[in-house]
Design a protein around this ligand. Structure first.
Ligand SMILES: [Zn+2]
Length: 223
């Protein structure tokens, strides 16, 4: 499977450019590191010159039975990212990041790029590849590697943890965690495990536990 390294690098590069521009705007003052996450997607979309619209209906593809939850229209006079209000805020975040990816990576390929909730396997090969690429970009934009590694270490006291390690028993996974749960299952538990303030990794980065869990496995923080 492709790992979309270029897309991930471009996402982190976009984040750096945004931070630099904000710093200039603030007269040289850096953004507050503590309140930086969840990544301010709407501000980033604006920074790129895109309008954001939260709407309860997104046209296109309905006839084919696709559930469209995001759309970016790249027609020159309508630089707008639309996201469905009918999904939870974490999913909206991921969708906005996914559409920003299309805006950055695929603007020349087609006038409209979508995010679907279902039926992705029915897309043609190239469309499906672009969807996976946009997800990789979105994941890196919302959960930058360096920040995730730092937060993971602060929360769990280790650079990385084996999913059957007994050291996980202290993190609310129950006493069965050390042996009989799958990697994906443990990753999801860790993603939603809160510290003393109740802030989990998923909450901190503004993503669903499922998206956070995938990122933890991708970066092999949990292996
Ligand atoms: Zn898409």
């Amino acid at each position: 499977m492709e790992n979309f390294t270029t897309a991930r690098v471009q996402a982190e590069d976009l984040l750096r450019r945004y931070v630099r521009a904000e710093k200039v705007k603030n007269g040289g003052r850096s953004l507050n590191a503590e309140s930086f996450y969840p990544v301010k997607l709407r501000a980033i979309a604006r920074f790129l010159g895109w309008r954001m619209e939260v709407t309860d209906g997104i046209e296109g593809y309905e006839g084919a039975g696709f559930n469209v939850i995001g759309r970016v229209s790249t027609v020159a006079d309508e630089k707008t990212i639309r996201v469905s209000s009918r999904t939870p805020s974490t999913e909206q975040n991921f969708t906005i990041a996914h559409e920003i990816a299309h805006a950055v990576l695929h603007a020349r390929d087609s006038d409209c790029q979508y995010r679907f909730r279902n039926a992705r396997q029915r897309l043609s090969g190239e469309k499906r590849r672009r969807e996976a690429e946009a997800d990789a970009f979105a994941s890196a934009l919302l959960m930058p590697e360096k920040a995730v590694r730092a937060k993971f270490k602060r929360l769990f006291g280790a650079e990385a943890i084996f999913h059957r390690s007994s050291r996980l028993n202290g993190f609310g996974l129950g006493r069965h965690s050390a042996g009989d749960r799958s990697l994906a299952d443990v990753a999801k538990s860790l993603a939603s495990h809160g510290n003393s303030d109740g802030v989990s990794l998923a909450k901190f980065f503004g993503v669903s536990p499922a998206a956070m869990a995938i990122r933890l496995m991708e970066l092999e923080l949990l292996y």
